[in-house]
Design a protein around this ligand. Structure first.
Ligand SMILES: NC(=O)c1ccc[n+]([C@@H]2O[C@H](COP(=O)([O-])OP(=O)(O)OC[C@H]3O[C@@H](n4cnc5c(N)ncnc54)[C@H](OP(=O)(O)O)[C@@H]3O)[C@@H](O)[C@H]2O)c1
Length: 178
């Protein structure tokens, strides 16, 4: 059992990750999401509005309309010549956390590389757990060890005419942090 985690120093802000994850840990395929789930888009907007969101360059480029409004969009890339409109561009995870200007939690919003690189620093996970698997998935979330995380909340939802799968909104808090 892992007994410690890295404490993130970004003012008073805590680091959270927010992700839609299938039963096998899958989060994406072909550079896009696994499915269209309007209820999750609303949930994501409610949680992240007014905050800083941190993402990899590939996730940013998957957005159909560019930067997400009402939030500070922080995009991580190694490309020094990357300057899309409406975003804060940084070249490392550390710089991303230092660049966050909005109040409250900093949200890691993906994709697979950025989730993996920040996972040990994250204190809260906002999961949308899909009751489904997707054979063609090629992007995955890190393994969540139940010994390390406490479930604070779980809101269950059944599929409906707009949302094709059963899903849960789950909040997990890291058990050990210093
Ligand atoms: N299910 C969900 O909730 C969810 C959420 C977000 C994304 N996704 C999915 O995840 C997939 C994308 O994930 P991905 O892993 O391919 O890409 P990603 O994590 O979004 O972005 C990877 C890119 O970030 C940059 N990067 C990563 N680590 C860096 C570092 N330490 N320093 C500087 N730059 C760094 C690099 O950009 P450069 O190549 O420009 O240097 C790298 O190519 C898509 O399928 C997407 O739909 C799913």
């Amino acid at each position: 059992m892992k007994m410690e985690s890295t404490m993130v120093q970004c003012g008073t802000a805590q680091l959270s990750a927010i992700v839609v994850v299938a039963q096998d840990g899958a989060i994406g395929r072909d550079g896009g999401l696994l499915c269209h789930l309007p209820a999750d888009l609303k949930h994501f907007k409610n949680l992240t509005m007014g905050h800083s969101i941190v993402m990899g360059r590939r996730t940013f480029e998957s957005f159909p309309k560019g930067a997400l409004p009402g939030r500070q969009n922080i995009v991580i890339t190694r490309n020094r010549n990357y300057h899309p409109d409406g975003v804060t561009v940084v070249h490392s995870i550390d710089k991303a956390l230092q660049a966050a200007m909005m109040p409250g939690d900093i949200f890691i919003i993906g994709g697979a590389q950025i989730y993996a690189e920040t996972f040990d620093m994250v204190q809260t996970l906002h999961l949308t757990r899909l009751h489904a698997t997707f054979d063609e998935a090629d992007a995955f979330f890190p393994t969540i060890d139940p010994d390390e995380w406490q479930e604070l909340d779980c809101e269950r939802h059944e599929a409906d005419e707009r949302n094709p799968y059963d899903y849960d909104f789950v909040t997990l808090k890291r058990k050990f942090s210093f």
